[in-house]
Every structure is written in C-alpha cells, then in structure tokens.
Design a protein around this ligand. Structure first.
Ligand code: BGC
Length: 388
C-alpha cells in the first residue's frame, strides 16, 4: 500500500511538474532541440541515482526510441515521458532517429545491448523493426508501442495511443459541419476537396483515412464534394514519412493544373505539417482571405494554433501528449514491476500477429472557437506563446 501511494504521489508530481512548465513542454516550436535530449544523447541521466528503493523505477532504465525531431509533437512526447519516468526514479535513454529507419534500428540495438529494463518505441517505419524487436524479446526486455502500433511482432506488450480512426472521423465531421454539407447537398451545391494523407508505413495513417472516408465518401459519391484530381484512396493520397515538402509540391501541382480555373475549397490534410506546406502553395498561387480554403490538420502544434488564430489554418486535432505519456508510463511500470496497467481496448489493434492490449486517448477538434478553453485554460500553451 505504501508503495502504491508512493507511486501515485510520484506520478501526480510528475504530471504537475510537466503541467507547471506552463505548457507541458510545448515551448519548442521555434527551437526544436533545446528542451530534451538530442539524437546523440545516449547517457542515462541522474534521477535514478537517488537510490530511493521506494520509487518503482529505482535502479531501472527505460529506453525511449522516438521517430523525429522535425515535428514538434514528438519532441513534446519525448520530454513529457522522460520527465514523468524520471520522477518515478527511472533512468531514461531518449533517442530520436530523424525519420531514418536504419538509425532507429541501431539505436534500439544499442539499447538492447545496454540491457535496458523496458523499451518504449514510436517507430519511423512500424513494420521495419521486427528483427530488433525479436532481439529485445530474447533478452527479456518488454516493449511498449507508443502512439504508432508496432506491426508483425509478438514482442510488444502494450500500446498507448489515440483513437486513430477517431482522428479521421473528427476531421471529416468538422468539414461536414463547417461547410454545411447537408445544406449544400439539399441545394445541389458542391465544394472542391483534395486529400493529403499520412505515411503508408504508419498504421495510424491508414486508420485515419478510413475514419475520414467513413464520413465523407457519401458526399463524394453524390457530388456534394468534388475531388478534381480523382485522388481519394489511401494509396493515391498517402505521403511517405509525413513529408511537408511533398504535400507542398502536390498542392502546387494541383493548383496550377486541376485548379487553374476553379478554387480549391477544402484541403483535407492529416497533419499540421501538411497544412503548412499547403499554406505556402496557396499563398504562392495567389489565394487570399477572399478564397482561402478550409484547411485541416493534426497535432495542434504551436505553429498550427497560431495559424488558426490568424486564419491560415481552420482546425487541428488536439492530442494531449502529457496524457499519452502518462498512460505509457503506467504501462512501463506494469511491465517492469509485474502489475496491470489500465487498458480500454483489447479488440482494435491487430498488428498481424496479435491484438495488442491498448489504451486509447480521445482526440479533440480544435479551432478558433475553442482553442482558448482547450489549450490555454488546459495549460497546454500559454497565451504569451500563442501571441508571439
Ligand atoms: C501521429 C500523428 C502525427 C504523425 C506525423 C502519426 O503517427 O499519430 O499525431 O501527426 O504521426 O508525425
């Protein structure tokens, strides 16, 4: 009981610590590498040296493999998890692979060689880690999949993520309401739309597209939505490694070709990074306030929220990385200390070998009407950060 209390206390302290940063570690949009360990930082740090045997992580090390620092959300994820784990006495090895599959494989191989007590992995390519995952399993090192499901492996114990299909549904439902597609359908009107979907090696991207199409397909079928490129399937719209540059290039091509004589009304983008790329393409093509399209995104990055405030992006999906980190930390504690973490889904996330027990957090649509309440009152960003 005493131990349980200590764990709870430490967890709430960790959460408070992260939250009282004023922004949950989310102050990094313009300065991506300065509040967390950089790629090369392979040294476990000091919190675990306290030797407090009451702490669940005392004397234990967690290896965290993150995909990239090019997008703000992963920096926040890494920083939040590191802070929360250290507050529980764990030592943490945090590494970023800069979207390089081989680099991530070697980083995890090193963590296995170091005999960390648990691995937390957000994969660059979810299916490319099977060999190193098997090595971890043979070495008795449990793995928790973080945000992105690890595919084709039996070495993963738990999965912490958001409801990824729900992200797609929320984006699509936002479009339906904001453009009043029911009204448009009744009046025989239509809107043009183009899709910019996530990476084909990320299961989240596939589910997100499914969620979008579940809601929007009927409007495409009856002509209320018109996709002039004809590119609506996942295969036609997925963008490898979630590349902002590719999204921008596609958008430039679409605008100068298919949309030379007619405005693009809706940019259905699966990621804030794509929204930035499309924004540049639209500006270069001469779009103004008068004909600026509805643009969606995902992650509620600082820059995206600023763009929402200035009208250059319409909405994003808020995924509280503090909460996700907290859920993941309870999974780490469970596998390391032999307890049961909280799970709320045992059916959805089949990785091809097993259905991975998951905790799914709820994504929320954010726009000009609710950003203050959700993000500022919720302590995710400060008003000052958004005003800068
Ligand atoms: C995450 C998204 C993120 C995307 C690009 C996905 O796996 O779920 O939140 O926008 O990767 O980094």
């Amino acid at each position: 009981m005493k131990k349980l209390l200590a764990v709870l206390l430490a967890l709430s302290m960790a959460f408070a610590l992260v939250a009282c940063g004023g922004n949950g570690g989310n102050n990094t949009a313009d300065n991506t590498a300065n509040n967390t360990n950089n790629t090369g930082d392979n040294t476990a740090n000091n919190a675990g040296d306290s030797g407090d045997a009451e702490q669940p992580g005392a004397g234990k090390t967690v290896g965290i493999a993150m995909p990239t620092q090019s997008s703000e959300r992963w920096i926040n994820d890494g920083a939040n998890m590191k802070a929360q784990l250290e507050a529980l006495g764990y030592e943490v090895v945090l590494q970023y692979a800069e979207d390089d599959v081989q680099m991530q494989v070697s980083q995890i191989e090193n963590m296995v060689a170091q005999m960390v007590d648990c691995l937390v992995i957000a994969a660059v390519d979810s299916g490319a880690l099977t060999a190193v995952e098997a090595q971890a399993k043979n070495a008795g090192i449990p793995i928790v999949a973080y945000d992105r499901l690890l595919m084709d492996t039996d070495a993963v114990s738990y999965y912490a993520s958001f409801d990824n299909k729900g992200v797609g549904t929320a984006i699509a439902e936002y479009i339906v309401e904001a453009k009043d597609l029911e009204g448009a359908r009744a009046a025989g009107e239509s809107y043009t739309i183009e899709f910019f979907m996530g990476s084909p090696d990320d299961n989240n991207a596939v589910l997100l597209h499914q969620g979008i199409m579940e809601v929007l397909q009927p409007y495409l079928d009856d002509g209320t939505l018109v996709c002039k490129t004809g590119r609506t399937s996942f295969d036609e719209t997925c963008i490898l490694r979630w590349s902002q540059e590719t999204a921008q290039q596609w958008c430039e091509n679409y605008l100068s070709g298919f949309y030379a004589d007619e405005d693009l009304d809706i940019v259905c983008s699966a990621f804030d990074g794509f929204a930035y790329g499309c924004r540049s393409a639209l500006e270069s093509a001469g779009y103004t306030e008068e004909n600026w399209p509805l643009i969606t995104g995902q992650d509620a990055e600082l820059m995206a929220v600023k763009n929402i405030i200035s009208g250059k992006q319409t909405m994003s999906i808020y995924k509280d990385t503090r909460l996700l980190a907290e859920k993941c930390v309870t999974m780490v504690n469970a596998v390391v200390n032999g307890t049961e973490p909280e799970i709320n889904d045992t059916e959805t996330y089949d990785n091809g070998v097993l259905v991975v027990p998951s905790y799914l957090c709820t994504p929320v649509a954010v726009d000009i009407n609710n950003y203050e309440e959700l993000l500022i009152d919720g302590g995710y960003y400060t008003a000052e950060q958004l005003a800068e």
